[in-house]
Design a protein around this ligand. Structure first.
Ligand code: PLP
Length: 407
């Protein structure tokens, strides 16, 4: 496909990628999202906005992040070469800041004084609180009481950064209730607030806007890889939760003759409730204001999910991924909890890089690819660093000595 034609046509004016995407909202919220769409289509494409975002990326975030050749790991696996795009070196340790700084800058240009969001594991909350501090905006993060107890360090970081963390104490007290609570707060205050979604999900324009803000990953990586090797890689891969780091990586390569792999979390196995592989095992449905492929129980409710990586356990996926799956441009594959933990230790031991458990899924698939393909090169997005995961990993798997890793 031709990349420029693709970007001109997807999403369409209704915010659709083929049959997916769109806007499914209560009537009262529609004007608020229309205001964001209009602002995004005008302000965010002005030279002033783009130049300011460039300056922020370079001076505050530390972009461009490098591409790194994993020589020792590659040699251990065979004759193929693994390269990492080091989003773990982005400020705050993951790719999420890329779209949070874009959303924060848009809020500023729109004259809003507050940004509102929900967070599950707290990674989006921390990135957004960082952006709010940078731009001098108020920040209100809705979080289930259960998640607040589980993710204490991220709650602490948000508070140090000046965010107000709103505990949600009804229902399961987790992500779904936090979304409802954040929407309600937004409904009451959208004149001076903006809602900031944490991935390429939600109603239009968020799947497009977050993709565009994340596209710097793939644009940089493509140029860096060409400069390092004189060629394009044979394959590109990234992990898929909601799908933002992967869309950021994939978009720049959609027009190139190479294979693209989105890696979904297979958790403990293919039974409903044991994994979060939405595209692999899901079907069409509407959740959180957009249509996509989602995991559902027999009654059509969002399915229960699990992954060792808390940033990947979402029962749906960005609508553009559903579309790219249907047209066959991106291959969606899986990695289990065990394969991800194996990759976590391998990258740590062979390269001195401790990856996030989310990113470890992409690295696990790249390792499999490298074993099966002789003499090729695969470029993997290392979406974040694993500091947040070390206590969990050591508690459940020790330091790696006693764990039976996949062959
Ligand atoms: C949140 C997170 C993810 C998953 O989100 P996507 O929108 O699928 O990218 C992946 N990696 C890291 C490090 C994260 O924090």
């Amino acid at each position: 496909m031709d990349l420029h034609t693709y970007l001109r046509n997807f999403p369409d004016a209704q915010g659709r990628f083929g049959e997916y995407g769109g806007v499914y909202l209560p009537d009262e919220l529609v004007p608020a999202f229309e205001e964001i769409t209009e602002a995004y289509q005008t302000i965010a494409h002005s030279a002033q906005f783009i130049n300011e975002l460039r300056r922020i990326r370079k001076q505050f975030q530390g972009r461009p992040t490098p591409v790194y050749h994993c020589e020792r790991l590659s040699r251990h696996l065979g004759t193929s070469q693994i390269y990492l795009k080091r989003e773990d070196l982005n400020h705050t340790g993951a790719h999420k800041l890329n779209h949070c700084m874009g959303e924060g800058l848009l809020a500023k240009y729109m004259g809003k004084k507050r940004i509102i969001a929900e967070t599950g594991a707290g990674q989006h909350g921390v990135a957004l609180a960082t952006a709010a501090a940078f731009f001098g905006l108020e920040c209100e993060i809705h979080m289930g009481a259960v998640d607040i107890a589980k993710q204490a360090p991220n709650v602490t970081r948000m508070k140090i950064l000046g965010a107000k963390v709103v505990p949600v104490t009804h229902g399961l007290q987790s992500l779904k209730e936090a979304v409802d609570s954040a929407f309600e707060s937004y409904l009451n205050s959208y004149q001076d607030s903006i809602y900031c979604i944490g991935s390429v999900v939600g109603p239009h324009p968020f799947p497009q806007m977050v993709r565009d803000f994340q596209m710097c990953i793939g644009v940089e990586a493509r140029e860096q890889f060409l400069e390092m090797t004189g060629l394009l890689p044979d394959a590109v891969c990234a992990c898929v939760g909601g799908g933002s780091n992967s869309m950021g990586m994939f978009t720049a390569f959609l027009g190139d003759p190479l294979d693209i792999y989105g890696v979904e979390p297979l958790g403990k196995g293919p039974r409903l409730g044991d994994h979060s592989a939405s595209i692999t095992y899901g079907r069409k449905g509407v959740l959180h204001g957009f249509e996509s492929i989602m995991l559902q129980d027999e009654d059509g409710n969002p399915g229960p999910v699990h992954s060792v990586a808390s940033g990947l356990d979402y029962p749906s996926v960005g609508p553009e991924h559903a579309y790219l799956h249907d047209i066959g441009r991106v291959n969606y594959v899986t990695a289990t909890d065990e394969e991800a933990v194996d990759a976590f230790f391998k990258l740590s031991r062979y390269e001195g890089i401790i990856p996030a458990l989310e990113s470890s899924h992409a690295i696990a698939y790249a390792m499999k690819w490298a074993r099966e393909n002789r003499g090729g090169a695969i470029l993997v997005n290392c979406s974040g660093r694993g500091d947040k995961d070390v206590d969990y990993v050591v508690e459940h798997y020790g330091y790696g000595e006693d764990h039976q890793f996949p062959a």
